[in-house]
Design a protein around this ligand. Structure first.
Ligand SMILES: [Zn+2]
Length: 143
């Protein structure tokens, strides 16, 4: 996996595989796709309906994030990229790049894939609450 920044690789290695390189490379390479986010979004738009139907079938109407107090209240469902397609979070967290003077976020870095392993079911509330943050959802017990 070709990360743009080695510290990002280290971050995900710790988050997903508890620092185990072998597990990280063998079990989590599907989660990443470093192409331009616009390409990934374009590809995802074509499959998102089908993906959502598959996720509802897999999980029932049960939010896998459960991070908002009003979780599942609206009964509206979204496919959620566990590793975001792109995020500026690590620019801030690891490289300490501040927001731009106009308040806009620093440039985001491409990370997540549209692979089914990287997709989970989220209610509208949790999906909006998560935004582009990188969290390992409670509902996922793989690692
Ligand atoms: Zn939820």
């Amino acid at each position: 996996m070709k990360f743009k920044y080695p510290e990002d690789r280290q971050f995900f290695l710790n988050l997903l595989a508890g620092g185990d390189e072998k597990i990280f490379d063998s079990e989590y390479s599907d989660y990443f796709d470093f192409r331009h986010p616009a390409i990934k979004r374009w590809e995802f738009n074509k499959i998102s309906k089908k993906v959502l139907a598959g996720l509802i079938e897999k999980y029932g109407r049960k939010c896998q994030l459960r991070i908002h107090p009003d979780c599942s209240m609206t009964n509206i469902w979204h496919p959620d990229h566990i590793i975001p397609l792109a995020s500026a979070e690590l620019n801030r967290k690891l490289r300490h790049i501040k927001n731009n003077p106009d308040g806009s976020k620093p440039e985001s870095v491409s990370y997540g894939s549209n692979h089914l392993n990287n997709l989970t079911l989220a209610c509208e509330k949790c999906n909006l609450h998560k935004k582009h943050r990188i969290i390992w959802p409670l509902g996922i017990t793989k690692a």
